[in-house]
Design a binder for this molecule. Sequence first.
Ligand code: PLP
Length: 388
Amino acid sequence: MEIKYYFDYNATTPTDPRVVEAMKPYFFETFHNPSSFYRKASEANAAVETAREKVAKLINAEPREIFFTGGGTESDNLALQGTASKLKDKGNHIITSAIEHPAVLKACKFLKTKGYEITYLPVDQNGFVDPDDLKKSIKDTTILVTIMHANNEIGTLQPLKELAKIAHEKGIYFHTDAVQSTGKIPVDVKELDVDMLSCSSHKIYGPKGVGVFYKKHKVKIDPLIFGGGHEKGLRAGTENVPGIVGMGKAAELALAEMDDEERRIRPLRDKIQKGIIETIPEVFINGDTQDKLYNTTNVSVRYIEGESILAMLDGEGFALSSGSACSSKSLDPSHVLLAIGLKHEDAHGSLRISLGKYNTDEEADRLLEVLPPIVERLRSMSPFWKKK
Ligand SMILES: *Cc1c(COP(=O)(O)O)cnc(C)c1O
């Protein structure tokens, strides 16, 4: 597979060729609508159910607790808006964190316009929510706590089990956006004791536009999308059969290969992280250095702009991300980096390096070879660096 210098796996992943193979028949000989009556239709339906079983196995859920959606964003919106709508007579208060994905933050912002009250828990300098803060922010009107598992920018893993326990002691639902953790590390909904969970196919080598929403069987929420009775009435619309089959295959592969992937990728990430610190002056790691996703590192290179580095790296065939303003298409730098206490200028100088299954040792070496001279060149043109 020819993917050169791709270090942006947290943004999306290439589809695994084995996933594409599994999907193929459902575009052609078994293209049928799973709800139709004939034999071919029941084959399509059976494929959806097999995929549901595979996804359930990945997160230790029951198949009936798995619902297919149009992506991680939709699953997050379903958790938030579906709970808010269902429990509106019970209360109007939702607790989340300051470092959530926009899929959660923008849904909260929308709910605020509808009369809901939102509490954004702060995080410490490593990106962790303090369970005591959660305890203190719960009110009689709290109906939902939603806190992400792994952060997409800095990789920090939240103490979910402890946080869920606090919510449950007060009888409050707990949802987690586990888009970045599912398929990379063990995610067990029973062990974590979450009521709802979101994950996404394209972050785990499956096709784009397919998401999973897990809901504990006894949890009742309202749908976002109305229509036919698909997905037990929780998500109407003819099933994306090839996509769902792809998600199922991706889940199966992730479960089987997760341990080997971690053993291979963690040392590559560590090598890059260490190499950058040792060869470039005035850089620092954002977020925890240890307790985070094994594939992610986020560094701030002081006195220059992240996107200038990205542009020069792009010229060398490298694809990665930055938390600076332009690359996030907004005026402010990453809300995550600001939430962990970075100054604006340091957030602007950030680089996110996220690895995945096609990265090699040679690629890591190549990155460490090209990055220092790029930084040196940009700094030589930077007024901030000269003034120092
Ligand atoms: C990518 C991502 C999403 C959105 O998932 P889509 O399938 O792209 O809609 C939500 N949350 C996190 C943490 C993500 O990384």
